[in-house]
Design a protein around this ligand. Structure first.
Ligand SMILES: Nc1ncnc2c1ncn2[C@@H]1O[C@H](COP(=O)(O)OP(=O)(O)OP(=O)(O)O)[C@@H](O)[C@H]1O
Ligand SMILES: [Mg+2]
Length: 586
């Protein structure tokens, strides 16, 4: 075993986590493996009687019972192999299922940063390919150490009983083969790692293609995508070839060892039969055992290489599982209690990446039950304010309070339950309209769903869909128009009925009729609740009780529309810039 190969720690951990639970079932599987091994060894053993009784002594009685016993032994072996394989596969499948559930559960408790730092292709691969490796490793070990090792040992017992001296000679061949194997497993480990990484690229490109197919077509990116995909696929192919070549090097190594062993056996045993007149039966049983041991021995010697491949993959899975789940410990905190619903940012600073500050000691208050508008140029940090308020990201300094409770000190689930978000880009799950509206809410009546859809002016178009509320929205809501998705997201917020409403107005222009509809829908949603709205529309700003102007992560001006226009400062300029002619008309 190479010291740097992660095989044994991974095996130990995998067994530590899973084997105990499966010990009874493994025991049954081992029992049947022992039957396989035993019947193989017995067959070899019988060769002595076949040669000595049937051929040399020409015993007619032996001629009747020996074929029967041999046939029976093979049938028993086949039956035992069947049961053992089914048992092992079931255990393997259960382990994969368990690992996948555990991995997914763990991922859900990671924060947004975790997902931003990893490509979806990478995580998808962890979930599929790497989890499969866990099953493969358990099976390799069970079959390798169980069936093959048992078979080899029992065959060796047969050999030793027939000819102890010759058996000792054979053991000498072992260490040479083991050394060669050690060199090979180093290379396998290296190739296995790069192979997984190239596979991740393939998955990522595929995901990009399915989600961006419209852009790919309209910008005629097909050639670029084709090249990108071809490069990834060819990398996988190259690495696969390399892996096969490395693993196939086992063959010459093993055949040379096997040839030496058999040649030595033939020479020695032949010499004893010829010059010492020993009966040939023992020799045949010995050779039969040696030949039968060939296949399981080959598998055993490849075992290490396969284990290395699996270990590399399982290690990647454990790397994710070992990343601390940031959101897990936060759940143990006290509940957020919202009485009035005042939101206050207090000198909050934040950066997504270490060296580019996005918020600089940002302070502002969104009064309870009122509508507060955040305005500012694109990239000034408005959406970031929402991200921090929902504790999707954590500020580097400063604090955020809701009714004077710091959000860092309350449980995440209670915090997020108190807010309903209508975001800039609407996300829809694959599922029906109703499923998308209800989301995680429990015990929602049909009337409530329809009332929310009505309030969001969505009921009418939903009813016109082919299956009404049961119409599937398609992946990412692809079968709905932008304005329809927007209204569904407003209906979703209505249904959640939270005391704090966060609105990130879409920047994309809607036709004025739809915009008016959405505007009215929003007004009824926000009535009486604390609302923070990131405003891109003049009408929204005009209705706000307080306006905060953001610039480079700071509040540079605050007040209501009339006050700010009178001051003729940043807001007035922004107002002219952003709303132009519209402002002149109003
Ligand atoms: N997930 C992220 N990771 C790294 N940087 C980000 C991330 N999200 C936003 N940023 C950066 O943070 C800055 C503020 O982004 P933010 O989304 O808050 O802007 P915004 O005011 O909402 O703009 P817009 O009006 O265009 O929506 C931008 O410079 C942006 O590049
Ligand atoms: Mg934004």
């Amino acid at each position: 075993m190479t010291s740097d190969a992660p095989v044994w720690p991974v095996v130990k951990r995998l067994f530590g986590e899973h084997a105990r639970e499966y010990i009874p079932r493994y025991a049954v599987a081992f029992f049947f493996m022992a039957i396989v091994a035993g019947s193989t060894a017995l067959t070899a053993w019988l060769m002595r009687d076949v040669i000595n009784d049937v051929f040399v002594k020409q015993d007619r009685q032996a001629l009747t019972w020996l074929p029967l016993v041999i046939a029976g032994l093979f049938m028993a072996k086949g039956f035992a192999a069947y049961i053992q394989e089914v048992l092992l596969s079931r255990i393997g499948n259960q382990i994969v299922a368990h690992m996948q559930k555990r991995l997914y559960d763990h991922m859900l408790r990671m924060d947004v940063k975790f997902f931003q730092e990893r490509s979806s292709g990478e995580l998808i691969t962890r979930m599929s390919t790497n989890a499969q490796a866990a099953r493969e490793m358990m099976n390799l070990l069970a079959v390798g150490l169980g069936r093959d090792l048992l078979t080899v040992i029992s065959l060796f017992v047969v050999m030793a009983l027939q000819d102890p001296l010759l058996s000792c000679v054979l053991i000498v061949v072992g260490p040479g083969a083991a050394y060669g194997m050690r060199q090979l497993s180093r290379r396998v480990k290296k190739v296995a790692g790069s192979e997984v990484n190239s596979m991740i690229q393939v998955v990522s490109t595929m995901r990009e293609t399915t989600q961006g197919i419209r852009i790919i077509k309209s910008f005629q990116l097909e050639d670029k995508m084709r090249e990108q995909m071809a490069a990834c696929i060819e990398a996988v192919q190259r690495l696969n070839n390399k892996m096969v070549a490395v693993k196939a090097r086992v063959n010459p190594l093993l055949e040379a060892a096997a040839g030496l062993a058999i040649a030595a056996a033939v020479a020695y045993a032949g010499w004893r039969t010829i010059s010492h007149g020993q009966s040939p039966g023992e020799f045949f049983a010995f050779i039969a055992a040696l030949l039968m041991a060939g296949e399981p021995l080959r598998r055993l010697s490849r075992l290490q290489l396969q284990l290395v491949t699996c270990a590399v993959q399982i290690k990647m899975l454990y790397d994710v599982l070992d990343t601390p789940a940031v959101e897990a410990e936060a759940q143990a905190k006290p509940q957020l209690v919202v009485r009035r619903g005042e939101v206050r940012f207090d000198k909050t600073s934040f950066a997504y990446t270490d060296n580019t500050p996005v918020l600089n000691e940002l302070s502002f208050t969104a009064p309870a039950g009122k509508t507060t508008a955040l305005v500012g140029l694109s990239g000034s940090g408005k959406t970031t304010v929402f991200n921090l308020l929902q504790d999707l990201w954590r500020p580097s300094s400063g604090a955020i309070y809701i009714d004077n409770q710091s959000i860092a000190d309350v449980s995440l689930s209670s915090l997020r339950r108190q807010m309903a978000l209508v975001s800039q880009d609407v996300f829809m799950f694959e599922g029906t309209v109703r499923e998308n509206l209800v989301g995680a809410l429990k015990d929602v009546s049909e009337d409530a769903v329809i009332a929310a859809a009505r309030a969001a002016h969505a009921d009418e178009f939903i009813r016109r869909l082919p299956q009404g509320y049961d119409t599937p929205v398609g992946e990412l809501g692809g079968r709905l128009s932008g304005g329809q998705r927007q209204r569904l997201s407003i209906a979703r917020a209505f249904l959640k009925d939270a005391p704090i409403i966060l609105l990130d107005e879409p920047t994309s222009a809607l036709d004025s009729e739809t915009e008016r509809i959405i505007q009215t829908a929003l007004q009824s949603l926000t009535g009486g609740r604390t609302t923070i709205v990131i405003a891109h529309r003049l009408a929204t700003v005009a209705q706000a009780d307080v306006i905060h102007v953001l610039d480079q992560g700071r509040v540079v001006e605050s007040g209501n529309q009339a006050e700010l226009l009178r001051r003729d400062g940043r807001y007035a300029r922004l107002h002219r810039l952003q709303f132009g002619d519209l402002a002149a008309q109003s």
